[in-house]
Design a protein around this ligand. Structure first.
Ligand code: ADP
Length: 437
């Protein structure tokens, strides 16, 4: 029905009722009393309306839907419409508050920094990651110019040039940050920061590894190619030819070792290469390690072994390669006549494997870097003895996978002692075996 009619018809009826009543009263009691009654009835009506107006104005001071009065006549409709409007409003604002809380929580958890600035780069808001990346404080720095807070010449240039299509990489507070300004709305800008320190480090390691590996492969390859060119020349006597072939064979083997070690390393580093632990007979494992060391030494060293410890849990193949590497290093870096001791002993916290030699030893400044790939103290000695520079890096990875740690003690000219500390968890016990089966 037409809302106009809905309002006016009942109001007109009410008036007509009063006027009708006044007319009847006039007919029965005369005009004067009827007019007085009519006047009083109108007065009551006016006061009722004023009462509702007052209630409405009072409600507007604190417009809570639960406080709305019921009303009478046209007021019923007005109040019920106001009630509906208010309820909707309250629902929307509750939803908005909830969304805002969720948004704030998401921004708190975001690993990337987000800074909201106005058009002239005054800080309006930033999340905790941005506080950390840029050294800002949401409370302290609000309303300050971001360029006064982030002191980096590259960042300043980026702002001055205003080429915001591309992100910028800056070094700030010992981190590598990728920062990007994105204008939004008409008069606001967002500054996004991403911490790329770790990515940059991995990228550098990858570049170094490729450079080192190529260099290591290029040297033997150059030798082989050189000899092949000489071999192509005529008039080479048999003896020279044979010695060249021997040298080429050695260089070929060197390349083979290098590639095998690189493949082992990459397999150990790969997340898709799970370890299948098994019970390892340590006497058998260490006997093999000693046998290999003796073969490498070819009688030039005294190699002793003392096994007095429990069996291990882990990968036989991997531990054989790690312990074997330590033993072969001892042989390779100990001049003829030296002694090498292999020891496996039980300890309170687990067990310990040690390889002790009386070899050339290592200066203290090198010790912390020995497990880096291709790190060698003496390059020529490593090469002479078929070293790839990857042995201790492999050892480190294998030990890491078994929860073991490597300790190196050494003194130049006196000898070295490589200790592998094996925790109880990596030792064979009834429970460990039951868990496996
Ligand atoms: P490499 O194949 O060159 O031996 P490793 O990673 O096994 O590579 O060892 C890294 C370096 O650590 C070696 O080049 C050598 O300088 C040093 N090193 C390792 N073991 C010993 C040892 N027992 N005595 C002296 N130096 C050692």
């Amino acid at each position: 029905m037409n809302p106009k009619l809905l309002f006016w018809v009942p109001a007109a009826l009410r008036m007509a009722l009063i006027l009708g009543g006044v007319a009847v009263l006039g007919f029965l009691f005369g005009a004067i009393p009827a007019l007085i009654v009519g006047f009083l009835a109108m007065l009551v009506l006016v006061f009722i309306q004023l009462g509702y107006l007052y209630q409405l104005s009072d409600w507007l001071d604190n417009p809570d839907s639960s406080r709305l009065p019921d009303g009478w006549g046209a007021w019923t409709n007005i109040f019920s419409r106001l009630y509906r409007l208010r309820r909707e409003d309250e629902k929307n604002s509750a939803e908005l508050t909830e969304w805002l809380a969720r948004f704030r929580q998401a921004m708190h958890l975001l690993p990337d920094g987000v800074v909201i600035m106005d058009d002239v780069l005054f800080l309006e808001w930033c999340n905790p990651a941005a506080e950390q990346h840029l050294g800002l404080s949401n409370e302290r720095d609000k309303g300050m110019r971001v360029t006064n807070l982030v002191r980096s010449p590259d960042f300043m240039d980026y702002i001055i040039l205003g080429r915001y299509e591309q992100p910028l990489t800056i070094s700030l507070r010992e981190r590598k940050l990728i920062v990007h300004i994105i204008p939004f709305e008409n008069r606001r800008q967002i500054l996004v920061t991403h911490d790329a320190t770790e990515t940059e480090r991995t990228e550098m390691m990858r570049r170094d590894f490729i450079a080192n590996a190529s260099h290591e492969l290029r040297t033997p390859l150059t030798v082989i190619v050189g000899f092949l060119e000489i071999a192509a020349m005529e008039g080479l006597d048999e003896e020279t030819r044979m010695s060249h072939l021997k040298l080429m064979g050695e260089q070929g083997h060197r390349m083979q070792h290098l590639i095998e070690d690189m493949l082992t390393l990459s397999r150990l580093e790969s997340v898709d290469y799970p370890m299948r632990p098994e019970r390892i007979d340590t006497v058998k494992l260490l006997s093999q390690v000693q046998r290999d060391a003796r073969a490498l030494s070819a009688g030039k060293h005294e190699i002793t072994m003392d096994v007095d410890g429990p069996d291990m849990m882990g990968s036989f193949e991997e531990l054989y390669s790690a312990f074997g590497n330590l033993a072969s290093n001892a042989v390779r870096y100990t001049p003829a006549g030296g002694t090498i001791k292999l020891n496996w002993t039980a300890e309170r916290e687990g067990a310990r494997f040690t390889v002790e030699d009386t070899g050339i030893g290592i200066n203290p400044e090198h010790i912390s870097r020995l497990t880096e790939r291709f790190y060698r103290v003496d390059k020529s000695r490593s090469r002479e003895t078929q070293g790839t520079g990857l042995g201790l890096a492999i050892v480190k990875h294998v030990l890491l996978r078994h929860g073991c740690t490597l300790q190196i003690k050494s003194e130049a000219g006196k000898g070295s002692c490589f200790n592998v500390l094996v925790p109880k968890a990596a030792l064979a016990s009834k429970q460990a075996e039951l868990l496996l089966n």
